[in-house]
Design a protein around this ligand. Structure first.
Ligand code: SF4
Length: 275
């Protein structure tokens, strides 16, 4: 039987919850506990059901998605999960990851970036900062150089990959020079989708006990970083002009390119054949 399904395009599957890390600013591990993963078979089954309902794009989400599988028998990785899903559910045309910690990226993930056209060329990175001293005080596991090397590697494998990133402005002890390193990293890495968070102390976390910056300064730095983010986004949009892109149309007259650039497509609605 052939049926047309309208309105369902992208679905999210949470594959992991909790976190084994203890970044000094983050309250999540206190509330959600250590990392727990959904078995691969259950994720694939869910993807299959979504595909049968007409969904064509899946986003795998998790609190610390790149730690996926560490608690499962055989310790599968996020990359292996993504590979298996794409192989076993051919009707899923696009697969994305919500956010990744680049230092935890596994070799299967790099294979997908290099060779799998259904794995979308857009990665959202949990960068948080661009200054090594601040990254250390945040207890992140990557350095500025690690982050840049990962981005260079990915672009070498698939040039059209666009990057998003989360960054915190005004972390305790941040000097103007350290802040400039954060801005500089966003620019050097050419982050097209920058999500900026003004640092806000969370009770009970180590960072809340560090010397705090004046709130007005935190807000001012966040605003400056956001302005840089908007400029980078505009440059990204400009770079797409005149290019040919494959679009998946969503319910509301909008679509996304493979590298997650939003495109207005007034009058078009999703229509997919399933069954
Ligand atoms: S910021 Fe992410 S990796 Fe760090 S503790 Fe929070 S959830 Fe875990």
């Amino acid at each position: 039987m052939v049926k047309l399904i309208e309105g369902h395009v992208r679905a999210f599957i949470q594959v992991q919850n909790g976190c084994d890390h203890r970044c000094t600013f983050c309250i999540i591990p206190y509330g959600r506990g250590n990392s727990r993963s959904v078995p691969m078979g259950a994720v694939v089954d869910q993807a299959r059901k979504l595909a049968e309902s007409g969904y064509r794009e899946i986003v795998l989400t998790g609190v610390d998605a790149t730690s996926y599988g560490g608690d499962l028998p055989g310790t599968p990785t996020l990359g292996l999960l993504a590979k298996t899903l794409l192989k076993q559910v051919p009707d899923i045309l696009r697969l994305r990851l919500s956010s990744i910690d680049s230092i935890e990226a596994d070799s299967h993930l790099m294979d997908l970036i290099a060779d799998e056209p259904r794995f979308m060329p857009h990665l959202h990175l949990s960068l948080q900062h661009g200054d090594d001293m601040i990254l250390k005080r945040m207890k992140r596991r990557h350095s500025r150089a690690d982050a840049l090397a990962f981005i260079v590697d990915v672009r070498r494998l698939r040039l059209e990959t666009s990057f998003g990133a989360d960054m915190i402005a005004g972390f305790p002890t941040e000097t103007e020079e350290m802040f400039a390193n954060a801005m500089g990293l966003a620019e050097e890495a050419n982050i097209a989708h920058l999500h900026v968070f003004p640092y806000s102390p969370r009770e009970g976390t180590p960072a809340a006990r560090m010397p705090q910056l004046d709130r007005a300064l935190v807000k001012e730095r966040a605003a400056r970083l956001r302005t840089t983010g908007l400029q980078l986004h505009q440059a990204h949009l400009d770079s797409m002009i005149g290019t040919q892109q494959s679009l998946l149309v969503e319910n509301n007259g909008l679509a996304h390119t493979e590298n997650f650039t939003l495109v207005a497509v007034p009058g078009l609605t999703p229509r997919y054949r399933a069954g």
